[in-house]
Design a protein. Structure first.
Length: 430
């Protein structure tokens, strides 16, 4: 499945992670609210009991000008802060306006001041043994954690089910697209069947329309290639054959030179046409290899008849076992263009000879085609319509050859050194 080979996280994982994170946030939020409400209710209950005692004491003072004994044995009526318990006195000095103070040894105090014509008295209630939430805090936390685990498990289960319902159609569609062949006019028959979604159905239809357009475009390209192969190669072959026959019977030097230019241009056009047709064909990953030397010898024989120049000196140093992972016809096209280009643009030495070397690099990894050149060759010379001053073409040859090598995943590099131009083609195997 294509989805499994991607480094990106899957939709299923993202949905499960998002729902789990959302569930954890909700669990933490509502657990905090539950604890907060428990503390607020407990404090409100204790404060309400102290408030009732305060109202009882005020009513007694107004009726009989005296204080009553508090009904709650845990509550004391204190007339001065000096009578506060020791731990309450030190805490109240730090927060004079406070109404609730923690004590020592598990004690906890609620304080209520009564102010009136009698002056100021205080109701002090020690409620440490009545703080039920504090006593049950461990149990409450255990129940909250158990509930959180249960809710998280439900969220994970629900997230896994929802993610499966959403991602399954997408995975089926991805598999159908990966297995689709635009060579044939077909639809995504392997598209999503289970758990269909309207959005995925729309995507499926869009892919079907795209496949139809690609199929039509491939048919047009195939028809053009067939027409070009038939309508152009045959006339070119006739032109080359006729020009070669006419050259044998011409005695006028100017006419022979003009015919030679016609013959050279026709051969270049025939070679470029073959490369373009090979570039237009879909690459076949067969994993086959072919021997370099037999193809190289055939190319040299063909190019020697084209470049009939006694000054050309070819030096070949290629082992018999050298092989390259490429179809023989494609290798023939590449070598014909590269060696033909080297022979056409090779410069002469002082001795008058024009050397062209075809050899294997010392590390035996690439085939090198070297020739003397009047100018260096850089990356910019591989761009379309860039050519040298001595070139009679349009500057497309090297760019087309580069594209053909890239199509078949070959390394094709051009370097200049000390007046020589090296063309590296590989990798090779010996």
């Amino acid at each position: 499945m294509p989805l499994l080979n991607s480094p990106a996280p899957t939709l299923r994982r993202r949905l499960i992670a998002s729902l789990s994170a959302f569930a954890l946030v909700l669990i933490a939020l509502f657990s905090g609210f539950a604890l907060l409400m428990a503390y607020v209710v407990e404090d409100g209950y204790l404060a309400a009991a102290l408030q009732l005692e305060a109202e009882r004491q005020q009513q007694a003072w107004q009726a009989q000008q005296s204080w009553l004994q508090p009904l709650d044995p845990k509550t004391r009526l204190v007339r001065s802060p000096a009578e506060f318990p020791g731990d309450l006195r030190s805490a109240s000095e730090q927060r004079p306006q406070g109404r609730e103070f923690p004590g020592q040894a598990g004690r906890h105090y609620h304080l209520r001041a009564l102010r009136g014509e009698w002056g100021e008295v205080w109701l002090v209630a020690e409620v440490g043994d009545r703080l039920l939430v504090r006593q049950m805090r461990g149990t409450v936390l255990i129940w909250l954690i158990a509930g959180a685990i249960l809710m998280l498990g439900c969220a994970l289960t629900l997230g896994y089910w929802i993610a499966g319902r959403i991602s399954a159609p997408l995975a089926q569609l991805a598999g159908a697209v990966a297995g689709a062949n635009p060579q044939y006019a077909s639809t995504l028959s392997g598209g999503p069947q289970d758990g269909r979604l309207a959005e995925v159905d729309a995507l499926n239809r869009a892919f079907d329309e795209l496949l139809q357009r690609v199929h039509q475009a491939l048919n047009r390209e195939r028809a053009f290639s067939q027409d070009a192969s038939h309508e152009l190669r045959t006339p070119l072959a006739v032109i080359i054959s006729s020009a070669e026959q006419a050259r044998l019977s011409l005695t006028d030097r100017h006419q022979a030179a003009a015919l030679e230019r016609v013959l050279t241009s026709a051969r270049q056009l025939q070679q470029s046409l073959q490369v373009l047709l090979a570039l237009n064909r879909e690459a076949e990953s067969t994993g086959s290899e072919c021997a370099l030397l037999p193809v190289l010898e055939r190319v040299i024989v063909e190019q020697s008849t084209w470049h009939d120049d006694p000054a050309l000196q070819l030096e070949i140093d290629v082992p018999d076992g050298a092989r390259i992972a490429l179809a023989e016809d494609v290798l023939h096209l590449l070598l014909a263009n590269l060696i033909g280009n080297a022979m056409a643009h090779a410069q002469a030495e002082r001795s008058g000879r024009r050397p062209v070397h075809v050899w294997i690099k010392p590390d035996r990894s690439h085939l090198l085609i070297s020739n003397l050149s009047a100018h260096s060759l850089g990356p910019s010379d591989l761009q379309p319509f860039v050519k040298g001053n001595d070139s009679a073409g349009l500057g497309l040859g090297l760019n087309i050859v580069q594209r053909l090598a890239d199509k078949h995943q070959l390394q094709l590099q051009f370097n200049s050194r000390d007046g020589w131009v090296d063309v590296s083609l590989g990798p090779c195997r010996i």
